[in-house]
Structures are given as C-alpha cells and as structure tokens.
Ligand binder design. Structure first.
Ligand code: EPZ
Length: 419
C-alpha cells in the first residue's frame, strides 16, 4: 500500500501546468464509440480513470493506440460488443456514458451500474428519463442497465435536476437519432461544452452547449479522422489556486481557462487572496491570514462542488466562522472528520458545515474518502505543522496526474512511499 508523506509549513511558489480535464476525458473517450472510424484525442490527463476507459473500449473491440502519455488514437470500426460488466463499471462513475454511446451506436447497451466517489445516493433517473424519451426501453436489474431501441427519435427533454452526467448521456444518445432533440435545463459545465465540441468536430450538429437550452439535430453518421484536444481541467486549476492561498504562497497556474474559474477567483479575493488572471494563465498569491466566507456549491457557473473540500481547508485556518452549504451531494463532508484529526474545528451536519477558524493545523495520519477529499488532505498536509501521512491514494490517482510531482515542483515537501 502507498501513502503520501508531507512535511508542512512551506508556502507554495512557482509555476504549475494544468492537465486535460478528467470529467471531459471520461466522456469523450466513450463518445468515440459513436464514430465508425478513427479519431485522435490530445491533452488527455494521465490518470487511472482514463486508462480504465481505454481498456473498456478495447474490450468492446476498439483498437486503442497510445501515441504519447497524453495522446491516444481510437479506431472503433471493429466494435463487436455492446456489453460491459458490473465488475468493471463499478470502478468509477463515468462508466454510465457507455449506455448513451452504445445506445447511439448499436441501439443496444447492457452496462453494469456505475460506481464512483461515495457522495451519497447517486441516482441515474434523469439519464433513464432521457433514453426513454428518445424511444429506448430501459431495464435496471441484477446490477445492470439494459437499454435498447428499434430507433431513436429526437424529442424535447426537460431535466428535473441539473445533471452533468445525464446532460452528456442524452447528448450521446441523440446525436445519431432521427430528428431534433432539445435538452431543457441542462448542466453547463466546461466539460459539457467540450463533449459537444468534440462531437461537432466529428460532424454532429449540437448547438447551445453551455447555455440553458441544448439543441441536437440528429445526423446519419459521424465522420472519423479528426483530432481533438481536451479542455484544461477547471477543478485541478482550482485545487492548486486554493493550495496557493492556504499555504500563503505565490503560484502561476498555466494552461487554464480563467473564464471557467470566475467563481473560485471571486471567493479567493473575498477571503483576502489576490488573483491576476490573463486568459490562459493566472497568478494567485496570499501573504496574510484569510478571513471567513459563506460558500454555497451550485451547478456551473456557481461555486463547484468539486472544489468544496479544498476550499474547506482554506476556511479551516481562516479568521472567524465560515459556513459551507453543499447543495449538490448529500454526503460530501466526510473529509471534515479527517481535518478535525489535524486540529480543525468543523461541525458538519447534513448538507451544511460550520468552520471555526483555527490558528493552524497539526500533522496526523489521515485517510482520503474520495477524490477531491484526497486533494484537500494534501493541501492540509502542506499547511500543517509536522509530518502528515495520507492513505487511500487510489482515490486521488483516479483524477490527478502526478499530483505529488506537481506540488513538489512548487516547493512542497511531499513523497509517495510504499508501506
Ligand atoms: C459529475 O458527476 C462529476 N463526475 C462529479 O465530479 C461532479 O461532482 C458532478 O458532476 C457535479 O458537478 C463526472 O463528471 C464523472 P450530476 P455526476 O449528475 O454526473 C442528482 C469529481 O470529483 N442527480 O451532475 O454523477 C445527483 O444526485 C466528481 O470529479 C439526480 O437526481 O453528477 C446530484 O445531487 C465527483 N438524478 C445532482 O443531480 C440523476 O439522474 C448532480 O449530479 C443524475 C443526477
């Protein structure tokens, strides 16, 4: 088993280059199933969820060639299956995209239920609502989701809940449908726009991604032989921004899209940090103790739930009492119990948590409970006095490429050690 060992107390200084977005990559890789041809994806993050998805496509009959650590060519001309078993799909959340992609390509899909971070109930009723609206029959039993359709016909679908996964899955299932599909009340995250841009590069006709209405005009087929580069990861960028603020450092974040970071920039400035944003890079620095804030996580462009734990670390050592309302997930405060082991004073109750700012955190062995909680614990170790040990690194490696190397380049005293 591996652990991270961090000796805290060093303000982060220097430059970090952001990788491609995990939540775009884990949608675009299955989206290649819709193209009966070859496509190349660049700027892929080198993370376990991406490698897992490429192995899944191979099992479905695709030829997957790694041209470099961050670039893959996928040939889906010989897809010979529409089934992926539960023991594979339960390893991560984004396996649900196989349903939309295989339904769109083969009109059949038998996909094991998704797994993913333990954030509470993670229903997929909106995904199923979309597939059924398009004319598919969906059966959920024995841990599998079986969807099939004689044909898929475009229609109007109102999302009862703003859902990233359902928005993308309905997009995947409708690009080759007959007629026009309207998705009303869709999610607007940058990775939604990236998936739409990728599909349009292949000849799809998707308009309005990133707005309140997405319109998909079904096309007969998509064209291969295209190359697409994944958007920079807004959440990785925000993670390093909050690490810079919490450690009272001075960091330049390169290869990001500052437009995607407006809510994080606003909150960092509100608590006393400084940000100088310039299109594809920004400088973030903080030289004094931060002050309290009230955070409410919301769908994009609101404050992202995937930066809530990282913001929680900064608030745990800010002046005054802060509050976080987690409006997206029922159970995304598990990390606060780990921070309290480090001397934080956090009371989490349901979807809210109260942070009574303390002077400093102290080292302790702590356990990552999910991907972003793991990132938050790394920030906590960097700011804490003493040597912090972080376990359950598999969570972190699912979504962050070479995270300890990137932090080490910023001056953090961090090592990955095999126990
Ligand atoms: C995606 O999860 C991300 N994962 C999550 O990031 C992120 O936290 C979440 O979107 C919100 O931004 C991937 O993209 C792989 P949702 P997803 O459907 O699609 C409810 C990370 O750290 N809902 O937008 O599962 C749901 O319960 C991960 O990178 C329904 O009720 O999230 C939640 O309350 C963690 N019915 C809300 O909607 C549905 O059918 C948003 O969920 C679907 C969702």
């Amino acid at each position: 088993m591996e652990k991270l060992v961090i000796t805290g107390g060093t303000p982060l200084k220097g430059e970090v280059v952001i990788s491609g977005a995990k939540n775009a990559a884990v949608a675009i890789i299955p989206a290649t199933l819709l193209v009966n041809g070859i496509c190349t994806i660049e700027n892929l993050p080198n993370i376990s969820d991406v490698k897992l998805y490429c192995d899944i496509l191979k099992d479905l009959g695709a030829i997957v060639t790694w041209n470099s650590e961050h670039e893959v060519t996928i040939d889906t001309r010989k897809i010979d299956s529409h089934k992926t078993p539960l023991d594979v799909t339960r390893k991560f959340r984004a396996s649900y995209y196989l349903i939309g992609a295989l339904l769109g390509r083969c009109k059949h899909a038998i996909v094991g239920s998704p797994g993913g971070c333990n954030l509470g109930a993670r229903p997929i009723d909106q995904h199923i609502k979309g597939f059924e609206a398009l004319g598919a029959t969906v059966d959920v039993s024995n841990g599998n989701i079986a969807a099939s359709a004689k044909k898929l016909v475009g229609t109007s679908i109102y999302m009862d809940v703003v859902s990233v996964g359902a928005t993308i899955n309905i997009m995947l299932a409708s690009v080759l449908a007959e007629g026009t599909t309207i998705i009303d009340n869709p999610a607007k995250e940058p990775h939604i726009v990236d998936v739409a841009n990728f599909l349009n590069t292949m000849g799809a006709d998707i308009r309005g991604a990133g707005t309140d209405i997405i319109k998909i005009n079904g096309v007969k087929e998509l064209k291969g032989n295209a190359t697409y580069s994944i958007v920079p990861d807004q959440i990785e960028a925000g993670t390093f921004m909050l690490a810079a603020v919490a450690s009272k450092g001075d960091v330049v974040i390169k290869n990001c899209i500052t437009k995607h970071l407006e809510s994080i920039i606003a909150k960092i400035v509100e608590i006393g940090g400084n940000v100088d944003a310039n299109g594809d890079h920004l400088r973030v620095w903080c030289s004094k103790r931060t002050t309290k804030a009230t955070i409410k996580t919301l769908p994009y462009p609101g404050f992202p739930t995937d930066l809530q734990p990282q913001m929680g670390v900064a608030l745990s050592i800010s002046d005054g009492t802060s509050i976080i309302n987690e409006s997206i997930w029922e159970s995304r405060f598990q990390y606060t119990a780990e921070l309290n082991k480090m001397g934080a004073k956090i009371t989490a109750q349901g979807k809210s948590a109260v942070f009574e700012g303390v002077k400093s955190l102290n080292a302790s062995p702590v356990y990552a409970t999910d991907l972003r909680a793991g990132a938050a614990l790394i920030i906590a170790g960097i700011v804490a006095k003493g040597k912090t040990e972080i376990y359950n690194l598999n969570h972190i490696d699912r979504g962050y490429e070479n995270i300890e190397e990137k932090f080490r380049k910023l001056g953090a005293k961090i090592e990955r050690v095999s126990e």
